[in-house]
Write a protein that binds this ligand. Structure first.
Ligand code: ZN
Ligand code: ZN
Ligand code: ZN
Length: 364
């Protein structure tokens, strides 16, 4: 699998005229090699020249964690007294164009630029983003498992198993996190709990405010499974009976979210999927209150290509996996968002999240 990914990576390097690809921390490296670098002050870097041997430069003390992939890369472990930047520069030769991992620490990029007077430096995302965006069947299966695990927590929330009224947002957030772990995640990435007026802030930090009766409670949570793939889901519940206004807003949102999922067919430009959700929300008078893009790709990273946003004319292809998460936010009052992970397939969009989308009313 890694050999095949390396071949496709090199094809794309060829298309973009890239002489050497340098990958450090972030998800590009594990996608290509199965190895994830720790975000340390010590340099880890995969050196992928256009042709010839690929070398994984790692600190000696990290080398034991590397799982060999014969035919993909060889390991070069550096000692504490060595200069790993010089080692990488030596392996890179004298490239005209260098692509360097998007999340590589600036310090290493600056030091590399001093040793490699290459005229052209590009972000490696140009190479890796489109490749990683298209999931193979094993990756889709991983994302399906991650979404199913998040769904189980969402069902517990909707079923009233997680008490809300009288607890702080932070307490509920911590409980969502514990439940994500109990359902099979290795790590919790976030658990937004935004109640009442806080639900109008899309990325609200769960805090000390106590959840009241008669409030919208927006919960957006996700984590990373042991195999590295991520979940991300948003569901809203209401403590007690919602007002007619809130019900109406939620119905508009539910219709827009479902329409955008249906629109996510292979061949459709990403921006058109965004436009479908935005048009329905705008027609209902809430256009100004939908303050973010409709979705983001998901895989080894929570947010990756493709982005469903105005201006992105890239067409969906089979294997693209992404969120569909429109929201409506009325500042100072309340807000709502509904989010599913969806995979584009030749047979149509496949939503990986299966829990109901309706506004669940839990006991006040
Ligand atoms: Zn978000
Ligand atoms: Zn989310
Ligand atoms: Zn999301």
């Amino acid at each position: 699998m890694y050999a095949e990914r390396l071949a496709r990576t090199r094809d794309r390097m060829g298309e973009l005229d890239i002489d050497v690809l340098l990958l450090s921390v972030g998800a590009d490296l594990p996608w290509l090699t199965g190895y994830r670098a720790m975000p340390l002050e010590r340099l880890t870097m995969l050196v992928v020249p256009a042709e010839g041997d690929v070398t994984l430069v790692v600190p000696r003390l990290e080398a034991a964690r590397v799982v060999d992939q014969p035919g993909v890369f060889t390991v070069s472990a550096w000692e504490e007294t060595h200069d790993p930047v010089a080692l990488v520069a030596g392996l890179a030769g004298s490239p005209g164009t260098v692509a360097v991992g998007d999340r590589t620490w600036a310090r290493f990029v600056v030091e590399l630029q001093a040793l490699l007077p290459s005229p052209r430096w590009l972000p490696a995302g140009l190479v890796m983003g489109p490749l990683r965006a298209v999931k193979d069947p094993f990756e889709v299966a991983s994302l399906r498992r991650a979404s199913a695990a998040a769904d189980r927590v969402a069902a517990q929330l909707q079923g009233g198993e997680i008490s809300l009224v009288g607890r702080t947002e932070a307490e509920v957030s911590a409980e969502l996190g514990r439940r994500l772990l109990a359902e099979g995640h290795a790590r919790v990435n976030f658990a937004i709990v935004a109640a009442g007026p806080h639900a109008a802030s899309p990325h609200h930090d769960a805090g000390p405010r106590v959840i009241q009766a008669g409030e919208m409670v927006l919960c957006d949570f996700g984590g990373t499974m042991p195999d590295g793939y991520c979940s991300d889901i948003t569901r809203c519940v209401h403590t007690g009976r919602p007002s007619p206004e809130l019900r109406h807003l939620y119905e508009v949102l539910e219709g827009a979210q479902a329409a955008a999922v249906d629109a996510a067919v292979v061949g459709t430009p990403c921006q058109d999927v965004d436009a479908v959700a935005r048009r329905l929300i705008t027609e209902a008078g809430y256009g100004e209150a939908f303050v973010h893009r409709t979705g983001h790709g998901i895989g080894l990273d929570e947010h990756e290509d493709p982005y469903l946003v105005g201006g992105n004319g890239e067409a969906l292809v089979a294997g693209h996996a992404f969120s569909i998460e429109p929201g409506i936010y009325l500042e100072g009052r309340f807000g709502a968002r509904i989010e599913d992970i969806v995979v584009a397939t030749e047979a149509g969009p496949e939503p990986l999240n299966q829990v109901p989308h309706g506004l669940a009313v839990v006991e006040a």
